[in-house]
Write a protein that binds this ligand. Structure first.
Ligand code: TEU
Length: 570
């Protein structure tokens, strides 16, 4: 009995509009730019576009600081441009999901402007205000008031999660930048405002929401200090998956989502499979989880570098492949606008650039769950070779790295640069590479962030002209995903979990079976098929090396560096 859903069968493409295509020459991508590339998306064959925020925003965190939820920022165009996009995508049978950022607003949102005015303002309780601590803690005093912040929670972007506001002499909570005050979800008026806004967008015809840091909405009574040293940031043990989170999400589902055939994908750091199942019960279609994107954190967490082996990556992914059962659904992704490029992080972006990009695409499209392609990954775009912090735009990188430098956490500037190159969110935010024109055809002006110098080789035009390119391979994978139900709904079974180089698994649905064999390494590796499929008649559904036309059964073979094969068992 398969629980079929359109969003389980879909391939989703993430458009980061700021860096996708600029039509007005101001160096920032815009909505008419996405409209211009709708045929490109259609040619690639994707079913859904997830659009990062384009709402009115001062841009402290590239649109994740929203000043008006119902307006399009001038930088991106107008509401009629947005409507043209929605209509154009729908004409091509492509759905549109929008980013929902409701843990916080911009400090320039009118609610916050009101809220900060006085303690008895009707919007005061839309946000989380507290008095500072009168007793100086070690390291204090912090604020201009001579007080310490209300508790010891830290911002993801570094420093205390609180800022002092002179106007009323209190502090407000911001888990991200100080220009991103957290909304107070305990206040029913806040929840109603958000639900109305969501409904407004759904009425316009969108097909769902990607929900930003959605498991952060509920903060515990009393906002206690954290003493969990393993938490992602100080306080995360309290503000992630907080006490009322399921009440809020199931309320949101009943009041809004349920009335539409909308998909929801929650961004949910720090959850396990059991928690994911309970979020699914609240009505969340699927979740972005991050275990696999923490493996390369070093001794000082995100801003230091550690190493990991393939068995750990397989373990992290297989946990989720096996862990959800009938309840819940995986969102499969290896990167997005917050992460380094997948090719540089999990592949080999040098000699085996094309091979490893294709292997990662194969993995993305053959694991169980809905695959998300981040713009440019279908070309094999890579990390940016940062030479200095001057090339960095991202608030997260700039703030964290500066603080770490002040604290002496880097031994020298070279170490700092190394970590920025590996980790900065800007790696994924460099302009989409369309052709070999200046600035890769992204803009006629000066781009807001530098273009990766490899655009001369890695670009849409060149790859569409080359039948062996990463782009054409992705194009084929999208078709494959559409044609093979076993790749969507089949069970996942992992073989040789401890093998250092091979990732081998089957997908099984009734009497249909596919076998995926990946050589995740720079050296050729002997593949001995698992006993259950060895010798079986099979066709190759996908392969990233082309000298294998004669394969008609699953036999022992040497897999070339980064070779990927998908067999369909007869
Ligand atoms: O990201 C949430 C988040 O936790 C990230 O800040 C993450 O810690 C970091 O990017 C390193 O992986 C979401 C959005 O995707 C991000 O762009 C926003 O900055 C953030 O929320 C705040 O809205």
């Amino acid at each position: 009995d398969i629980d079929r859903q359109w969003w389980k069968e879909a391939v989703i493409y993430q458009v980061y509009p700021r860096s996708f295509n600029d039509t007005d020459g101001n160096g920032v991508g815009d909505l008419p730019g996405v409209v211009e590339k709708m045929d490109y998306l259609d040619d690639l064959g994707v079913d859904v576009v997830w659009l990062n925020p384009v709402y009115e925003s001062p841009g402290a965190d590239n649109g994740y600081d929203i000043a008006d939820y119902r307006a399009i920022d001038d930088e991106f165009g107008s509401m009629s441009d947005w409507e043209e996009l929605l209509e154009g995508l729908h004409d091509r049978d492509i759905k549109l999901i929008m980013d929902l950022v409701v843990n916080h607003t911009s400090d320039e949102h009118e609610w916050f402007q009101e809220s900060r005015k006085s303690k008895d303002n009707e919007y005061r309780d839309y946000y989380i205000w507290r008095e500072g601590r009168k007793v100086d803690r070690e390291g204090g005093p912090y604020g201009p008031s001579g007080e310490a912040p209300p508790n010891n929670w830290e911002s993801f972007f570094g420093g205390p999660a609180w800022s002092y506001d002179e106007e009323t002499g209190e502090w407000y909570l911001h888990i991200f930048d100080q220009k991103q005050p957290d909304l107070n979800w305990e206040n029913p008026a806040v929840r109603e405002e958000i639900y109305d806004m969501m409904e407004w967008w759904l009425e316009k015809g969108i097909d769902g929401f990607r929900m930003d840091v959605i498991n952060l909405l509920s903060k515990p009574e009393g906002l206690p200090d954290s003493d969990d040293e393993d938490a992602l940031v100080v306080g995360a043990d309290h503000f992630m998956n907080g006490p009322h989170i399921h009440d809020y999400l199931s309320e949101m589902h009943e009041k809004v989502i349920e009335k539409y055939d909308a998909v929801t994908v929650g961004e949910m750091a720090a959850i396990d499979a059991e928690q994911a199942r309970s979020y699914a019960e609240d009505g969340m279609s699927m979740a972005f989880t991050f275990d696999h994107l923490r493996l390369d954190f070093g001794p000082n967490g995100r801003w230091s570098h550690g190493t990991f082996g393939l068995p750990e990556l397989k373990r992290a992914m297989s946990y989720w492949q096996e862990g959800l059962g009938d309840q819940g659904w995986n969102a499969i992704f290896f990167g997005n606008h917050d992460e380094p490029r997948i090719l540089s992080r999990f592949g080999n972006d040098g000699v085996y650039r094309a091979e490893s990009a294709k292997l990662l695409g194969t993995l993305l499209m053959t694991l169980q769950g809905t695959p998300y392609v981040f713009q440019g990954d279908e070309l094999g775009m890579t990390n940016y070779p940062f030479e200095s912090l001057d090339e960095v735009r991202d608030v997260d990188t700039l703030k964290n790295v500066r603080l770490a430098r002040e604290d002496g956490r880097f031994s020298d500037e070279a170490e700092l640069l190394d970590v920025v190159r590996r980790r900065s969110r800007d790696n994924a935010r460099t302009p989409m590479q369309w052709n070999t024109d200046e600035y890769a055809g992204f803009t006629d002006g000066e781009p807001w962030i530098p273009v990766n110098p490899n655009y001369e080789v890695v670009n849409v035009e060149a790859e569409r002209d080359d039948y062996d390119s990463v782009w054409h391979y992705y194009r084929g994978l999208v078709d494959l995903r559409h044609d093979c139900e076993v790749l969507v709904y089949g069970d996942y079974d992992l073989f040789f979990p401890d093998h250092d180089d091979l990732w081998v698994f089957t997908r099984t649905l009734g009497d249909e079976q596919a076998l995926v064999a990946l050589n995740v390494s720079d050296t050729s590796t002997q593949f001995e098929p698992p006993a259950s499929v060895a010798g079986a008649d099979a066709d190759l559904l996908a392969a990233n090396y082309d000298d294998i036309d004669d394969v008609d059964s699953v036999d022992p073979t040497d897999l070339q560096p980064w070779e990927a094969r998908v067999y369909k068992l007869a």
